[in-house]
Design a protein around this ligand. Structure first.
Ligand SMILES: Cc1cc2nc3c(=O)[nH]c(=O)nc-3n(C[C@H](O)[C@H](O)[C@H](O)COP(=O)(O)OP(=O)(O)OC[C@H]3O[C@@H](n4cnc5c(N)ncnc54)[C@H](O)[C@@H]3O)c2cc1C
Length: 617
């Protein structure tokens, strides 16, 4: 009988239940079977990841490893510390591999990486089996049925989904796993390029993750936070398939909650337990199958009958949104995560725009500071010291716990972009990328575009008030008291607007309103609001209207060559990106600056600079 020596490559599917790819691997009846995870330097150094998400990933790996060992004590999740692109060609040979099996990844880096690995497999005569499993439908199939176009609405997704076919029912976890073959790694390890290390600021110790392929004890162990040079995480939330399935069971047992769930009626201020399912981080790491989630809910809905909610607000509706963003990403590729070169994303001349690499047209991860005021506002937003307690509580919850309710995300995203600061949505998306436990590139970029009204949604005149919206859900300000402890003793009457509190009330609460919260923070102080919100909202709405009238998108010639500025001639009196300190890489704005060169600039009337001057007085 021919030997079938199979590597099962775990990536974004850290589970045993409902894994079409794992089933395909086991259907080969392997004579040797290795469940492995490659510790990929791309994620370690080139993707922003906060401590909380690293911990969550390690939790998921440890839990999966235990479950694998329960099925076969000779196995665990074997972690190999090298880039998959250089590791696999060596591994194919050393372990005499015949098959490589993995779940399809339609993310931008994932596709590129898998292409390289598949070519190496072809050269080595290794058969590769790839199965879709991360989404309800195969995102590439959705794109095909949508005429090759990105799915920019729920209707488009559902129409395409209908043509692809019924969402598959989940398949059970395997009951046993075959033995592994030999695991010699007596080949040279390719050391990763560690610079630039986007996670350097988080390391308090030396990163020793790549000292040897099989880890410090040579037993292919899962990494630890210490090994990665990271201090402990701050989130109370832990990862793993076992926790995910328990959580789902509990939700499903509450048939009324499951069947009548309506997202707009869940409170963004509720944190213990959250008002929504809190299953997104598990879906992100594949510790929970999205089809398992979908069908368990759908079965409850079908049995519930009258009174059950339906998409888009229902629980299954939320999962459809996830598929919509995945399919949009699958169609557009890397430009889905940016404005530049993205034909579906409106161009708005926000402050703090991304830098782009002229040779690829892809953002570099750095940005231009066209306005010092905007930069200060951005930092104050990021660190939860805007002086608006609702915004600050949400941003601190994100940093500390790694999660925020969907409507909280709405509030802070609207505030940063079209409803307050007029700052590029890509800045906000990067902060979310760093701090969210559930950071999912497709969902993050898609939702930021939705909230900034650059794609998917266009009602830019509807803004979230940083005062009234929070109050509506949480009169007593419990979320603020928990995450902005400086204000915990303030009367509920003033908790959303401490600047309106009389001095005796502030004194009684032990708080002084002072400073900007960033570089001049003193104990017992909290900043005044960084701007007059009503004034800023109007400025932003006017500027959005202008940008909508101009009607450019990210792939338009004027956006790419910089002539867009000519379409915003009154840029001295209305909100528009300032001229950029160009270093040659962004032809567009360089031209913009040149076209203004030598002009005498009018005094700003209601621009960001004017608002800042007013605030300083
Ligand atoms: C600015 C912004 C950024 C976001 N970034 C992310 C992200 O990086 N990763 C992410 O998973 N979600 C993101 N979301 C969507 C949404 O906020 C989260 O999925 C949701 O809050 C997760 O909590 P939950 O699991 O309790 O959701 P539930 O309400 O219980 O929903 C169940 C599941 O449906 C999916 N879902 C729900 N809402 C959305 C949505 N709007 N878009 C896509 N999927 C959705 C999630 O997988 C979620 O776990 C973002 C939303 C906004 C406004």
């Amino acid at each position: 009988m021919a030997k079938t020596r199979v590597i099962y490559w775990f990536r974004t599917d850290l589970r045993l239940h409902d894994s079409p790819a794992l089933k395909a691997a086991l259907d080969l009846n392997p004579t040797a079977f290795w469940p492995i995870f490659t510790w990929d330097p791309h994620y370690v150094y080139r993707a922003r990841g906060g401590l909380n998400r690293w911990q969550f990933l390690l939790d998921c790996q440890n839990d999966l490893s235990k479950s694998i060992s329960k099925l076969n004590p000779k196995l665990k999740l074997f972690v190999l510390r090298e880039a998959p692109q250089s590791l696999f060609p060596k591994l194919f040979k050393a372990w005499e591999v015949t098959h490589l099996v993995f779940e399809k990844d339609t993310g931008s880096y994932g596709r590129e990486r898998d292409q390289v690995v598949m070519e190496a497999a072809k050269k080595a005569g290794v058969v590769v089996i790839v199965k879709s499993g991360r989404t309800l439908w195969d995102s590439d199939e959705i794109v095909k049925k949508n005429g090759g176009e990105p799915t920019m609405s729920m209707a488009a997704l559902r129409a395409a989904g209908g043509k692809v076919g019924k969402i598959p029912r989940p398949i059970p976890a395997p009951k046993h796993l075959p033995d592994p073959g030999g695991m010699a790694v007596d080949f040279e390890q390719d050391q990763p390029e560690t610079a630039p290390d986007l996670n350097a600021s988080r390391r308090t110790e030396k990163d020793t993750g790549y000292r040897s392929i099989a880890g410090p004890s040579g037993d292919f162990a899962i990494e630890t936070m210490e090994e990665l040079g990271f201090p402990s995480a701050t989130t109370p939330h832990r990862g793993g398939e076992s926790i995910a399935l328990e959580r789902l069971d509990k939700i499903i047992q509450d048939t009324k909650y499951t069947a009548t769930f309506e997202k707009p009626n869940t409170s963004p201020a509720q944190f213990d337990p959250p008002a929504t399912t809190f299953l997104s981080p598990f879906l992100h790491f594949g510790a929970l199958s999205v089809r398992e989630f979908y069908w368990r809910v759908q079965d409850v809905v079908d049995a519930y009958g009258k009174g059950a909610s339906s998409p888009p607000t229902s629980l299954t509706g939320q999962l459809l949104f996830r598929d919509m963003y995945f399919a949009a990403q699958a169609a557009l590729g890397p430009v889905f995560h940016q404005t530049a070169n993205n034909p579906s994303c409106r161009f708005i001349p926000w402050h703090l725009p991304s830098k782009t690499d002229p040779s690829t047209g892809i953002v570099t991860g750095e940005y231009h500071v066209d306005s010092d005021t905007a930069e200060t506002w951005f930092q104050r937003w990021k660190h939860g010291v805007t002086g608006f307690p609702w915004i600050d509580a949400l941003m601190r919850q994100l940093k500390q716990d790694g999660w925020m309710h969907h409507l909280g995300r709405h509030s802070v995203a609207c505030f940063l972009t079209r409803g307050g600061c007029y700052i590029d949505w890509e800045r906000g998306a990067e902060v979310f990328e760093e701090w969210l436990l559930d950071h999912e590139p497709a969902c993050n970029a898609g939702n930021w575009q939705w909230l900034s009204c650059t794609a998917f949604f266009a009602q830019f005149f509807r803004c979230y008030s940083p005062v009234a919206f929070g109050k509506k859900w949480d009169k007593e300000g419990d979320l603020i008291r928990k995450f902005v402890p400086e204000l915990k003793d303030l009367d509920a009457k003033y908790i959303y607007e401490p600047w309106k509190a009389p001095l005796p009330d502030l004194k009684k609460a032990g708080i002084r309103l002072k400073g900007n919260g960033l570089d001049d923070k003193e104990d017992g102080t909290y900043p005044k609001p960084m701007f007059d919100f009503n004034e800023r909202r109007q400025i932003c709405i006017d500027a959005m209207k202008k940008a909508y009238d101009v009607g450019l998108h990210g792939a338009d010639k004027q956006v790419l060559d910089g002539s867009w500025r000519e379409l915003f001639p009154d840029s001295d009196t209305s909100e528009v990106r300032g001229e950029l300190d160009i270093d040659g890489e962004d032809g567009g704005d360089k031209k913009g600056r040149e076209s203004h060169a030598g002009e005498k600039r009018a005094k700003p009337k209601n621009t960001i600079a004017a608002a800042f001057k007013k605030q300083k007085k």
